[in-house]
Design a binder for this molecule. Structure first.
Ligand SMILES: CC(C)(COP(=O)(O)OP(=O)(O)OC[C@H]1O[C@@H](n2cnc3c(N)ncnc32)[C@H](O)[C@@H]1OP(=O)(O)O)[C@@H](O)C(=O)NCCC(=O)NCCS
Length: 131
C-alpha cells in the first residue's frame, strides 16, 4: 500500500455459516467511510465466487490488492479448492489486479449480457486454483 493507505486495515465485516446457506464473508477497508469492499461466497461444489469495489479516488493505492488477499486467505481457510469471478473484457484495472494475484483467464461467456445501451457483451471468466 502507499503511504496514504498503509495505516488502513482490512476488517472482516461479516461471516455467514448458516445451515443450508453458502458460507460467505465480507471484508472492507475504512478511510473516510468504507473505501473498498469484497464479498466471497463459497459454493457447495468448493468454488469461492468474489465481487469487489474500491471507491473512486482510492483506486491505485493497494486497497484492492489488500482486499483480494483477505478474500483468498478466507477462501483457503474455508476449504475452497478455487476462486472464480467474471469481469468485463474492457475492465483493464480489474483484469490486471486479478492476473497479478495469480488468476488466469479460463474462457468467456460470449455475447452473454445485454448492457443498458442494448449491446451484447462478453464477460471474461477467471479462476485461481488453490488445490
Ligand atoms: C478493479 C479495482 C477493484 C482495483 O482496485 P485498486 O485498489 O485500484 O487496485 P490496487 O491499487 O491494489 O492495484 C493492484 C494492481 O491492479 C492493477 N491496476 C490497478 N489499477 C489499474 C489501472 N488503472 N490500469 C491498469 N492496471 C491497474 C495493477 O496491476 C496494480 O498493480 P501495480 O500497482 O503493481 O501496478 C478498482 O479499480 C475498482 O473498484 N474498479 C471498479 C469496480 C470493479 O471493476 N470491480 C471489479 C469487477 S470484476
Amino acid at each position: 500500500m502507499s503511504a496514504e493507505t498503509s495505516a488502513l486495515m482490512v476488517a472482516e465485516t461479516f461471516t455467514l455459516m448458516l445451515a443450508g446457506a453458502a458460507p460467505s464473508a465480507g471484508f472492507a477497508v475504512a478511510g473516510p467511510g468504507v473505501v473498498g469492499h469484497i464479498s466471497v461466497v463459497l459454493e457447495p461444489y468448493g468454488v469461492a465466487d468474489i465481487g469487489m469495489l474500491v471507491t473512486e479516488g482510492w483506486r491505485g493505492k493497494g486497497v484492492g490488492t489488500a482486499l483480494l488477499e483477505a478474500a483468498i486467505a478466507w477462501a483457503r481457510a474455508a476449504g475452497a479448492h478455487k476462486l472464480a469471478l467474471e469481469a468485463w473484457p474492457d475492465n483493464t484495472p480489474a483484469l490486471q489486479l486479478y492476473r497479478k494475484a495469480g488468476f488466469v483467464e479460463e474462457g468467456r461467456k460470449v455475447r452473454h449480457y445485454r448492457r443498458s445501451n442494448g449491446e451484447l457483451w462478453d464477460s471474461v471468466l477467471m479462476g485461481l486454483r488453490l488445490d
